[in-house]
Design a protein around this ligand. Sequence first.
Ligand SMILES: [Zn+2]
Length: 65
Amino acid sequence: MSENRRRAAAICMECGNALAVQVCPDGSVRPIGTGTNCSCGSDAFQVLESSGFPDGDEKRSRHEA
Ligand SMILES: [Zn+2]
């Protein structure tokens, strides 16, 4: 019931770096794989609309490919 986090793409507001993030139900955004901040140290991100990033889909397609 608590697994409402979704993946999205985001752009760092500081350096413009594009990265994958996890968006929590409370609206907090956490970059995947780099801790809570961008590699430049910023924690401000612009989340892009995600239309197809369900959790696990990445793993599945990697498995089949
Ligand atoms: Zn950055």
